[in-house]
Design a protein around this ligand. Sequence first.
Ligand code: ZN
Length: 550
Amino acid sequence: MRWPMITACLSACLFAAWGAGFSLSIVPDIEARRKQFVTKTLATDLSSLAPAERRTLEHLVAASRLIHEVFRLQAWRGNPELATRLAAADGPGIAAAREYYRIMAKPWDELRHEEPFVQGLVRPPGAGFYPEDLTKAEFESWIAEHPADRAAFESPTTVVVRRDGKLAAVGYGAHYRDLLTRAGEELRRAAAATGNASLRTFLEKRAAAFLSDDYFDSDMAWMDLDGAIEVVIGPYETYEDGLFGYKAAFESFVCVAQPADSKRLAKYKGELPFFEKNLPIPDEHKNLGRGSASPIRVADVVFSAGDARSGVQTLAFNLPNDERVREAKGSKKVLLKNMMQAKYEAILAPIAQRVLAPGDVGRLDFDSYFHFILFHELSHGLGPGRLTLSGRSTEVRLELKELYSAIEEAKADVLGVYNLYAAHDRKVVGSAIVDPLPYTYVAGLFRTARFGVAEAHGLGVVLQTNVLLEKGAIAITPDGHFRPVVEKFRGAIRDLAHELLMIEARGDYAGAKAFVARYGTPPAARRERIAGLPDIPVDVDPHYALYEKR
Ligand code: ZN
């Protein structure tokens, strides 16, 4: 799973012929679309890595480049031919179209519901995973007539093809054999180079999975990685499959943890039992017996490819998705720190310029922002989870139904701030982190504004904004800027944390509904501020200086 996600809603199914004589006609606003992505160089310090580990990284990057080619075929079978045509074409907008195509890795615009930006093309709803003319009805009637085919047809690691007038499922390992064989060879070279046993085990198992399509063993081994190199490489998310959402797209994140970050993170994790005891709710609602949460790691991304590289960039991922692995070992969340810094500089800092009072803009701070995100993630693991309501055993998630995500995201934000102050009291984090926190937090309330209130994070920040305005912890200046009222801020955060936690502790769906009805409408002043933000980039176009020439 990704965070934050943008839901991909796909238009009705239409099919385009990719015939001879097709000329390239680009949407007229392509230059403006290209400008939505600001190119940022992502760097990291590899000086703490032994030479063997740097060689390991080079093989992982080589494997990732091959994975990118697999993804391009999955996203659209016409990609290789379009790439050739785009490279040869010229005319108005072609240079920007080439760049936009490189960013998306397909001719579909992820920011506009996957609409084509090369006119005349139509995205097949099943991307490259099914025959382009396959309908849901045909797929379903095939399964009804051939029930033994169901598992293979619905498998996340097969493509469905037409063969002699019949449908057939072909495993990824066979369908993309050449590319996956070469990618597997690079993983084995990386395995031979590394001095870390857990990484070696994972890479050898993953190389085998590329051809066998059985990812279970290697997903289990991935949970055990314990070195500085953190790599995700394989088929994971199913958002590209707009027909059924069954098929997993290949992606790669090659990451390196910095020793200083790992040390700080270990210190914060050590505080989790204290944070649970310190929650602003009665003891009976605290989750003091909660087992060790799923692991969280912080790393810098040094290369990404495939689904991970295409379109909007991920700040953090939570994998694997295989429920059998999640049951046995949980899942692991990895926060991509240098990606956060790139987005902070490209997006949050310019938003703060418009949103905060002019005198407050200079108080924004990346390390404070990074800690806010990190403590948000840690705070998801605190507070009520399983509940017993009048003798019935249940979960917060089940009781709060469709409102759960927004309430839980708001809880994690508010509790993140609450816990940062508590950590400061205990001298676990310094004043340099908490002094800028109110300003960083208020600017951050506008960060997710573009997602709208239909999305959990978007609704979660509107709830917080309205409550803090009502409590006087945020003031709107006469000229429409948002200013934290520092002396009221911490108390208001505590009260709001109490309110959200009690909705969860009681499994109080009616209370959640009333809370959203009261606080879920964006205030007018916020709408006006957001209306002034369209020229701020939507996302970053990463440039990995260590491994890419440009
Ligand atoms: Zn969250």
